[in-house]
Design a protein around this ligand. Structure first.
Ligand code: NAP
Length: 322
C-alpha cells in the first residue's frame, strides 16, 4: 500500500492541471491516468480554441505537453485504472487500482464524462473517419459536405449551428417530433437555411467503406419505414455519461450523475475535490477544465495546509495489522 499526499483520478486537462499545481506545492501528486492519457482530448484531431496556441495543436500533443509540464515539477503519472475506492472513514482515503493500493490525504477526482454512444453497427468502426462526437473539434474536416447531427438537445442544435460554418447542409435527426433544446437555439436553428430536420427517426446503421461514412440506415419510429440517407459525416450529440461508477454512493451526485461541488470544487466528502467534466455538464471545454483543475488543486492545497497537524498525527498511528 502506498501512502500519498494527493491522488488525482483522471488525466484529462483538469487532472493534469491539478497535478501541475499540487506538484508545484511540493505534494508529489500521483495521477491515475486511466485507459488513455488525456481522456476525450486525446481523440481530438485539432484544438484551435486553447489560448496561447494561435496555430492550434493536436489533442495528443496538448496532453503530452501538460503531462511533461506536471512531471517536471514532480507529479507521477501511472497508467492504471481505479477499481474501487473507500471514502467512508474520511482522510486518508483508500483507492484500489488494478496494479496498486493507495492511501491519500486528499483526492482530486477528474475522471470526466464520455459522450453517449448510439450503439449501432458502424458507429465504432467509423469513429474518426466520419463519425464524431465533437463539432468544435472536427467540423473543419467537413467543409463543403452534407452531414447529419443526431439528437434534439441544446448540444445537438448548438453544435449543428456551429457546423453550418463548414458543411453545405446539416440535417438534424431526432427520435421525436419535438426538440428538447431551449427555445432560443430552436429559433436560430429553424431560421438557418442550411439546417433541416428529420423527425421521429433513429439511426439503425452507419454505412461506409474504406474512405469513411457514405450513408445511414434510418427507421421512422412512427411508421416503421426504413430509408437510406446519404451523408459523409455523422455528429452524435445524445448526451454524456459521467464516469461515476467507481464511486458508488460515496460522493453526492446530481440527478444526471455528475459530482456536486461548491464554488471551491469541494465535494460533500471533506478532503475530496472534483473538477472538469465529472462535475461540469455544461461547458466541457479544455480551457474550462484547466481552470477548474487549477481551482480544485488550490482548494486541496489549502485544505491540506489547514489540516496538516491532524493528518500528521494520523500518519504517526500504527497501520492496521502492525
Ligand atoms: P440532453 O439535453 O440530454 O439531450 C440529449 C438529446 O439526445 C435529447 O434530445 C434526446 O432525445 C436525444 N437522445 C438521447 N439518447 C438518445 C438515443 N439513444 N438515440 C437518439 N437520441 C437520443 O444532452 P445535451 O444536449 O448534451 O445537453 C446536456 C446539458 O448541457 C443540458 O442541461 C443542456 O441544457 C446543457 N447545454 C447547454 C447549452 C447552452 O445553454 N448553450 C449547450 C449545450 C448543452 P429526447 O429529447 O427524446 O430525450
Amino acid at each position: 500500500m502506498k501512502k500519498e499526499r494527493v491522488v488525482i483520478i483522471g488525466s484529462g486537462p483538469a487532472g493534469l492541471t491539478a497535478a501541475l499545481y499540487t506538484a508545484r506545492a511540493q505534494l508529489a501528486p500521483v495521477v491515475i491516468a486511466g485507459n488513455q492519457l488525456g481522456g476525450q482530448v486525446a481523440i481530438t484531431h485539432e484544438i484551435e480554441n486553447y489560448p496561447g496556441f494561435p496555430d492550434g495543436l493536436s489533442g495528443p500533443e496538448l496532453v503530452e505537453r501538460m503531462k511533461e509540464h506536471a512531471e517536471n515539477f514532480g507529479a507521477v503519472v501511472e497508467f492504471d485504472l481505479v477499481e474501487n475506492v473507500d471514502f467512508s472513514s474520511g482522510s486518508p482515503f483508500y483507492i484500489k487500482t488494478y496494479g496498486e493500493e493507495y492511501l491519500a490525504d486528499a483526492v482530486i477526482v477528474t475522471i470526466g464524462a464520455d459522450p453517449r454512444k448510439l450503439g449501432v453497427p458502424g458507429e465504432e468502426e467509423f469513429t474518426g473517419t466520419g463519425v464524431s462526437y465533437c463539432g468544435t473539434c472536427d467540423g473543419f474536416f467537413f467543409r463543403g459536405k452534407d452531414i447529419v447531427v443526431v439528437g434534439g438537445g441544446d448540444s445537438a442544435l448548438e453544435e449543428g449551428l456551429f457546423l453550418t460554418r463548414f458543411a453545405t447542409s446539416v440535417n438534424v435527426i431526432h427520435r421525436r417530433d419535438e426538440l428538447r433544446a431551449g427555445i432560443q437555439l430552436q429559433t436560430r436553428a429553424f431560421n438557418n437555411e442550411k439546417i433541416s430536420f428529420t423527425w421521429n427517426s433513429v439511426v439503425e446503421e452507419i454505412i461506409g467503406d474504406e474512405n469513411g461514412v457514405n450513408a445511414l440506415r434510418l427507421k421512422n419510429v412512427v411508421t416503421g419505414e426504413e430509408t437510406i440517407h446519404p451523408t459523409e459525416g455523422v455528429f452524435i450529440f445524445i448526451g454524456h455519461d459521467p464516469n461515476n461508477a467507481v464511486f458508488g454512493d460515496q460522493i453526492a451526485l446530481n440527478e444526471n450523475g455528475y459530482i456536486i461541488t461548491d464554488q471551491r470544487y469541494r465535494t460533500n466528502v471533506e478532503g475530496v475535490f472534483a473538477a472538469g467534466e465529472i462535475q461540469d455538464e455544461i461547458w466541457r471545454q479544455v480551457a474550462t477544465s484547466v481552470g477548474q483543475g487549477t481551482s480544485a488543486a488550490m482548494s486541496a492545497i489549502q485544505w491540506l495546509e489547514a489540516n496538516e497537524e491532524h493528518l500528521q498525527a494520523l500518519d504517526a498511528l500504527p497501520a492496521v495489522g502492525d
